[in-house]
Ligand binder design. Structure first.
Ligand code: SF4
Length: 341
């Protein structure tokens, strides 16, 4: 791995909801009415190299979208830092968050919701580059038409409104808008999840072409393991706000080491050979308001032992380029066995 350009260091993110007046009054009688804190991310460290595409995978509620928003500078981390080429992504002043760079751009799941329905797409694309003076003002219109062509649309579409595009075309516009800012890093948050499978393939192929031509670095957030395998160099698996496994994509798919990763793969139905049995992950994902002690996966893990219920596993090396947070990888799940050792 070359020197990382994006460094996510020990990032935690908590959201606190303060009770309203009525809840506080009722709380005086019932004993409730206290602030509620959601632990969306806990101590996440990831480094991403120039030109690398890192997949972020996990069930709904695992914190992957929160991580994407922290990297994109939409949320400030509660603890830790995110830096791009050594410079912080955000600065926080009380309740205000200043995003310090335009070099990280985000592409969302629903392109229709992320485009202004009353603005022609050419104007939408030009807004950021014009404001930040990324392109000389006399060349903005021409530049936006070229950008539309680069993402497989006609330059003349710059005069159309978002509702005049299909879903796949709108996602191409969203990609063009992100590229208009000449970013170093793209954050794609379930960017093809709302598209039909055939359109997904077209948009993914476009992303792969752009990645090759522009040397893009990206965080690719998805719950779809087959899509992630297709586009990512390495994959980070998250569970309840924590990183549980990080590995090159080929190694992870050939041999998942963490029981949660294995359960994720087993829960994907496959067509054909019948070699792998489809099995849904047992139990519910625990509440991030009150995460379980020890390993957060222990209430659902078929291999959990006494140690798992009291001691949180740390990420430890499981190969030259992979890490796993599981006691099976650091001395065993049995407390007695560990003590005897
Ligand atoms: Fe399962 Fe224990 Fe490993 Fe957690 S630490 S994944 S509970 S075996």
């Amino acid at each position: 791995m070359t020197d990382p350009i994006l460094k996510i260091e020990n990032v935690s993110k908590r959201f606190t909801r303060w009770p309203g007046m009525a809840e506080r009054l009722v709380g005086k009688i019932t004993g409730g009415g206290k602030p509620v804190t959601v632990h969306a991310l806990s101590d996440v460290t990831l480094h991403v190299s120039q030109g690398e595409v890192l997949g972020i995978v996990g069930e709904s509620g695992c914190g992957k979208s929160t991580l994407g928003r922290v990297v994109a500078g939409i949320y400030a981390p509660s603890d830790g830092s995110v830096t791009l080429k050594g410079d912080p992504i955000v600065r926080e002043h009380g309740n205000r968050i200043d995003k310090l760079t335009t070099q990280v751009q985000m592409i969302h799941q629903d392109p229709f919701a992320s485009l202004n329905p009353r603005m022609k797409v050419g104007e939408t694309l030009a807004e950021g580059p014009r404001y930040h003076r990324i392109i000389p003002s006399g060349k903005v219109r021409e530049g936006m038409r070229e950008l539309l062509e680069k993402v497989g649309l006609e330059g003349a579409y710059a005069d159309r409104l978002p509702h005049q595009f299909s879903g796949g075309q709108r996602q191409r516009v969203a990609i063009a808008r992100a590229l208009a800012m000449k970013p170093e890093v793209l954050v794609l948050d379930e960017a093809v999840a709302s598209l039909d499978v055939s359109i997904q393939a077209q948009v993914l192929n476009l992303f792969m072409d752009l990645r090759r031509d522009l040397g893009l670095t990206a965080l690719f957030i998805s719950h779809d393991l087959s899509v992630v395998r297709h586009v990512c160099d390495r994959v980070a698996i998250m569970y309840l706000g924590r990183l549980v496994e990080l590995a090159p994509a080929d190694e992870l798919y050939a041999d998942p080491k963490h029981p949660y990763t294995a359960a994720l793969f087993a829960s994907v139905p496959t067509v054909g050979t019948g070699k792998r049995k489809f099995e849904a992950i047992k139990g519910e994902i625990p509440s991030p308001i009150n995460p379980p002690p020890g390993c957060a996966f222990h209430p659902r893990c078929p291999l959990a032992g006494p140690r798992c219920r009291v001691e949180a596993p740390r990420l430890t090396g499981a190969g030259p380029a992979r890490t796993v947070a599981c006691h099976l990888n650091d001395g065993g799940v049995d407390t007695k066995a560990e003590t005897a050792a």
